[in-house]
Every structure is written in structure tokens, then in C-alpha cells.
Write a protein that binds this ligand. Structure first.
Ligand SMILES: NC(=O)c1ccc[n+]([C@@H]2O[C@H](COP(=O)([O-])OP(=O)(O)OC[C@H]3O[C@@H](n4cnc5c(N)ncnc54)[C@H](O)[C@@H]3O)[C@@H](O)[C@H]2O)c1
Length: 352
């Protein structure tokens, strides 16, 4: 044992860290994962100390596709990082606190997940909330454009219908925009739809797949109950009940939490389900299809949520809506009207 240790010490002297590594502390740290980390992707979570960020960080630390996990926030990042780093899974975890550390948090990342933002507080108008979160998303996306312009971005911060157009405008300005790599996360709507539909049908939710298209707020959330898998049919009352419950899922949680916030745990679950699909796509797995809010030519609007095929380049294919029934066609018109205004609001925030 002692002899082995001495050999290791001597060999470390014979093979010092390469000079270019020594100059870059981040790269030198990255080298550390040869000591036990798993091969895989580098993932950053921006807003990692929040209600969504913390369980999201925990679940990503458990994901075998992740080799390096960067946790960035403007508060409490060191505590969350220390806590999560004790989990005996493969990913190496590093924490980054505050704007001066944003660039280090982002450098070299393959996937950036953004749940940063403020929740709505009493006395705050929707517009106040929009302005704050829009500003946060703008700053974070400027960092991404500078430090990891090829990363896939999963945007969770609300209002997604406006923050995705904001991110697109920031990337366009920086000359780094790749529409395939910018994905608004609408997975929670799909997760809810699968759960509620399974309840009505008396099935295991894991066997149910409901496409949810449009956007991610109120009437812009359009579940396509005519396209549920496995094939099934609903009464008009069931369609009305399910559509409304899926659209108002967020409010259901806000009311139940009675002032203590909005959906965080189910959102973290949904975000990880979506991020895992993105990583499997990046790895080159075939047939990875999920719903997301992306740049789209499916309707006349520049952004729209539909099923997309995830691959090495991000959202490599955006699927058409498929056949809609009359109820869904009416819903689509309502969704488009509201979506158009939300998209425009995001674009104007940057172009103003
Ligand atoms: N897409 C969805 O389906 C969905 C679902 C639920 C909530 N959300 C949205 O996700 C966001 C976060 O929700 P939450 O409940 O976790 O809120 P939260 O307040 O608990 O957490 C937000 C975190 O973001 C951090 N933050 C604030 N400014 C930042 C900045 N400039 N850089 C980095 N981090 C910053 C805060 O410090 C906090 O830790 C909100 O915008 C919320 O509306 C989206």
C-alpha cells in the first residue's frame, strides 16, 4: 500500500498538470472528474437555489447522463451545492454565486436549464412580474451567447410564451441564434395532462401520452385529447373538464399552497423528464419526441408548442399538429390570439 502511494506521488511529479490547464482553474477542475466522475454531459442550472431549482438540481445529480453539474444562483448557491455534492452519484457538482461567477458557471456547458425568476408577490401586477423575469432572462441569455453559444437551452422562467422570444432576440443580437437549440419547457402541461387523463380512463399514467400544443399559459395550453395514446374517446363533459383542468393546473397548485408559491416539485420532475430527453437526443438516441415551445412554421406564429424530435442538434424536427376536431380547432384560434400578443411583448422588450 505504502509502496503504491509512493509510486503515485513520484508519478504525479513526473506527469504534472499541463501548463494550459494550470492557467484555467475551471479546466483544471474539469480534469478532476477522471478521479471518479462518469462520462457524460455538462449541465448548468441557472436559478438552482429556488423552489424549482433545488429539486431539479437533486434530480439532475441522479441522472447518469450528467457528468458535470453547475449550480448558479444569486443567493444560496454554495449551500445547495454543498448539500447536493454529498450524493454518491457520478456527476461532479460545482456552485456559482452571483453575476461575477455567471461566465464560469456557463463555460463549456452542453445544456443550460433556466428556472431563474421571481414568483408573483402580493401587490405585483403581471406586468411587473414580466419586466423582472424578462430582465433576468435577458442577462442570463447574454451570458449563454458569450460562454456556451452551442448549448441547448431549456427555458422554464415564466411567462414562457414571452421569455422564449426574448431569448431568441438576445441570441440574434449576439449572432448566435440557433432556433433548434432554444426550447421553452411545456412538459409540466404534458405531465399534468397524462395524469388527469389517466385518472379519467382508469389507466396507469405512465401508459398515457397526451400531446399538448400552443403555449404555456391559460387558453394557450391546448391538450389534443383526440390524439391521446392509447387511442380512446371522451364524452363532451370529460373533454370540457380535462381541458379546463389541464389549462388551470398551475392555479390549482397556487391555491392549494395558499400563498406559499407555485408548482415546484412537479415542475422539477417535468423539467428533468424533458432535460433527460434532450440529453438522450444529444447522445444520438433515435426517436426522442416530446412537446416544447419552439421556433415554428406550424402556424403563422413565429413560436408554437408542438411535438418535436430531439437529436444531436436539438429540436431537429418540428411536427405538424395532425388532425384536430372542431373543439380543438376553436381552442386553437383562441390560443393563437393570446399567443401572438405574448410573443410580441417579448420581442418588443428587446427591440424597444
Ligand atoms: N415552465 C413552467 O411550466 C413553470 C412552472 C412553474 C413555475 N415556472 C416559473 O419558474 C420560475 C421559478 O419559479 P420558482 O417557484 O422556482 O421561484 P423561486 O423564487 O422559488 O426561485 C427562483 C430562483 O431564481 C433565482 N434568481 C433570481 N434572479 C436571478 C438571476 N438574475 N440569476 C439567477 N438566479 C436568479 C432566485 O434567487 C431564486 O433562487 C418562475 O418564473 C415561475 O413562474 C415555470
Amino acid at each position: 500500500m505504502e509502496i503504491n502511494q509512493r509510486i503515485a506521488t513520484i508519478s504525479a511529479h513526473l506527469h504534472p498538470i499541463k501548463p494550459q490547464m494550470a492557467e484555467h482553474p475551471i479546466l483544471r477542475q474539469a480534469d478532476c472528474r477522471a478521479k471518479g466522475g462518469a462520462p457524460g454531459f455538462k449541465v448548468a442550472i441557472l436559478g438552482a437555489a429556488g423552489g424549482i431549482g433545488q429539486p431539479l438540481a437533486m434530480l439532475m445529480k441522479m441522472n447518469p447522463l450528467v457528468s458535470v453539474l453547475h449550480l448558479y444562483d444569486v443567493v444560496n448557491a454554495p449551500g445547495v451545492t454543498a448539500d447536493i455534492s454529498h450524493m454518491d452519484t457520478g456527476a461532479v457538482v460545482r456552485g456559482f454565486l452571483g453575476q461575477p461567477q455567471l461566465e464560469n458557471a456557463l463555460t463549456g456547458m452542453d445544456l443550460v436549464i433556466i428556472p431563474a425568476g421571481v414568483p408573483r408577490k402580493p401587490g405585483m401586477t403581471r406586468d411587473d412580474l414580466f419586466k423582472i423575469n424578462a430582465g433576468i432572462v435577458k442577462t442570463l441569455c447574454e451570458g449563454i451567447a458569450k460562454c456556451c453559444p452551442n448549448a441547448v437551452v431549456n427555458l422554464i422562467s415564466n411567462p414562457v410564451n414571452s421569455t422564449v422570444p426574448i431569448a431568441a432576440e438576445v441570441f440574434k443580437k449576439a449572432g448566435t441564434y440557433d432556433p433548434k437549440k432554444l426550447l421553452g419547457v411545456t412538459m409540466l402541461d404534458v405531465v399534468r395532462a397524462n395524469t388527469f387523463v389517466a385518472e379519467v380512463l382508469g389507466l396507469d399514467p405512465r401508459e398515457v401520452n397526451v400531446p399538448v400544443v400552443g403555449g404555456h399559459a391559460g387558453v394557450t395550453i391546448l391538450p389534443l385529447l383526440s390524439q391521446v395514446k392509447p387511442p380512446c374517446s371522451f364524452t363532451p363533459d370529460e373533454i370540457e373538464y380535462l381541458t379546463k383542468r389541464i389549462q388551470d393546473g398551475g392555479t390549482e397548485v397556487v391555491q392549494a399552497k395558499a400563498g406559499a408559491g407555485s408548482a415546484t416539485l412537479s415542475m422539477a420532475y417535468a423539467a428533468v423528464k424533458f432535460a433527460d430527453a434532450c440529453l438522450r437526443g444529444l447522445r444520438g438516441d433515435a426517436g426522442i419526441v416530446e412537446c416544447a415551445f419552439v421556433a415554428s412554421q406550424v402556424t403563422e406564429l413565429p413560436f408554437f408548442a408542438t411535438k418535436v424530435r430531439l437529436g444531436r442538434a436539438g429540436a431537429e424536427e418540428v411536427y405538424q399538429l395532425g388532425p384536430l376536431n372542431e373543439y380543438e380547432r376553436v381552442g386553437l384560434e383562441k390560443a393563437k390570439e393570446e399567443l401572438e400578443a405574448s410573443i410580441q411583448k417579448g420581442v418588443s422588450f428587446i427591440r424597444k
